[in-house]
Design a binder for this molecule. Structure first.
Ligand SMILES: C[S@@+](CC[C@H](N)C(=O)[O-])C[C@H]1O[C@@H](n2cnc3c(N)ncnc32)[C@H](O)[C@@H]1O
Ligand SMILES: [Zn+2]
Length: 284
């Protein structure tokens, strides 16, 4: 089936998962290649099978040239062990899962390779990220949207994934079903530590990282929070290493000299050290 036909079939069957980003009413039909709400607002379904739900242009620091390196290193398995630790926390593996700030889609796709079934949606504010996700992966419906003003209907989602991405807990609670779960991954102190010490060799203030504030904020919004720490090292080929430098926001704060230094001193392995936060929405 063509990508656009698959997306149209998904939207037709699961219109109740969405709400119009303009008037917040529900969508009620597909007319040609458009999704239409009850107030007559119409959104195009692209040939790639994606929908662009943003109502205005949004800026984003994650540029297109970071996406292919992230795709390649994710495919090489950098995050696999982390996702294998996340997967058992998903209760409703046949329910509805949404990946919030999905980037180029590898994480949600790997969870589906691990056995995740049911309805899957991945969205990101970056149009380039969603184009890549839709080109590579058919396990989910991919769309462009803002997590702060999302076009997703209330209380329809069993599992929210929020992996290295920003949060908006008001929206997350609105979207979650009663008793649904939010699974958030944040870096821990030693996340990419070897690369951090190369890129920030001249910036001692930037060498340490603490997630205390992010974790505290999550706990404020989920009375029932469990946490788990995941740590492992991943062996790097030279190609993986160069992709790692390109894909990480760590490079943003580094001086051009330190980036050159890091490029010419390749690492043989890298530490993945993250905190998994599991929040359950109270039963109503
Ligand atoms: C570090 S990347 C993580 C991507 C992916 N989850 C992964 O682990 O590979 C953070 C992502 O959050 C997205 N993002 C930032 N602000 C957003 C927003 N307001 N709404 C949706 N996505 C957003 C960025 O475009 C970027 O793709
Ligand atoms: Zn509308």
């Amino acid at each position: 089936m063509k990508k656009i036909e698959r997306a149209k079939a998904f939207l037709q069957d699961h219109m109740d998962l969405f709400q119009c980003p303009i008037c917040k009413e529900s969508f009620n039909k597909i007319e040609g290649n458009s999704l239409e709400c009850s107030q007559g607002h119409s959104l195009n379904i692209s040939k790639k099978g994606t929908v662009h739900f943003l109502t205005k242009t949004m800026s984003n620091d994650y540029t297109a040239d970071m996406l292919s390196p992230r795709y390649r290193i994710a495919q090489a398995g950098l995050f696999n062990e982390m996702l294998e630790a996340v997967y058992p926390h998903i209760d409703a593996t046949t329910g509805t899962t949404i990946d919030i700030g999905s980037g180029e889609g590898s994480q949600l796709n790997y969870l589906s390779q691990l056995g995740l079934k049911g309805k899957q949606i991945g969205f990101d504010i970056s149009k380039d990220a969603i184009s890549l996700a839709a080109a590579h992966f058919d396990n989910a419906f991919w769309c462009v949207a803002d997590l702060a003003q999302s076009p997703f209907a209330s209380e329809q989602y069993d599992t929210l994934l929020n992996i290295f991405s920003p949060s908006n807990y008001k929206e997350f609670h609105r979207m979650l079903k009663s008793n649904g779960k939010c699974l958030k991954i944040v870096p821990e102190e030693e996340y990419l530590i070897e690369l951090r010490s190369l890129l920030y060799r001249d910036r001692e203030d930037k060498q340490a990282y603490s997630n205390d504030k992010v974790v505290a904020k999550f706990r404020e919004h989920f009375d029932d929070t469990q946490t788990d720490t995941i740590k492992y090292t991943f062996p790097l080929t030279l190609e993986n290493y160069h992709d790692l430098i390109e894909m990480t926001p760590l490079s943003w704060g580094a001086s051009p000299e330190s980036i050159d230094y890091a490029r010419s001193h390749p690492l043989k392995e890298i530490t993945i050290h993250v905190r998994l936060l599991v929040g359950r929405k109270n039963q109503i």
